[in-house]
Design a protein around this ligand. Structure first.
Ligand SMILES: [Fe+2]
Length: 152
């Protein structure tokens, strides 16, 4: 993957695509939102002097992620997905990782430190959500296929 260099080089636009669909409108919509928040974080990271904005954007991603994960877990329970507990543990692991990232940025004392860790942060966030959606969430797809897409 091409390395991002704050204002110099850019990764390919990060967009939700049909291949990422798990076959449920509510969950897919939640994933679109997470990607939008990650894109916002990439934008605010362009100005590493605005640490408060970066933290705010990360916390908004955190809030939305918690909401989406809980909604996803509720649907899994309703449809009788047999690996709900494992999936919930994966969600908790992701939330801990996100929390660690927020702390890491919060500890940065000057913009140069943020500039240095920004590329890794962007790649981490993209992989963080894409890996989960394409691997763990996709395992639920065959179970969701028995219900209408609008099921919630
Ligand atoms: Fe999930």
């Amino acid at each position: 993957m091409k390395k991002i260099g704050l204002g110099k080089e850019f990764l390919v636009a990060f967009l939700w695509r049909k291949i990422m669909s798990v076959g449920n409108d509510k969950i897919d919509q939640g994933h679109r939102h997470l990607i939008c928040y990650i894109n916002t974080i990439e934008l605010v990271l362009q100005n590493p002097k605005e640490k408060d904005l970066i933290i705010e954007a990360l916390e908004q991603l955190q809030t939305t992620t918690v909401k989406n994960f809980r909604a996803e877990e509720a649907i899994q329970r309703k449809i009788g997905y047999p690996h709900t507990l494992h999936h919930r543990r994966e969600h908790e692991k992701l939330l801990r990782q996100l929390n660690d990232v927020i702390k890491k940025i919060d500890y940065c004392r000057n913009p140069d430190e943020i500039t240095n860790c920004a590329p890794d942060l962007v790649i981490f966030l993209r992989n963080w959500i894409v890996d989960h959606v394409l691997h763990e969430d996709m395992l639920v797809r065959p179970f969701l296929a028995r219900y209408p897409k609008a099921y919630s």
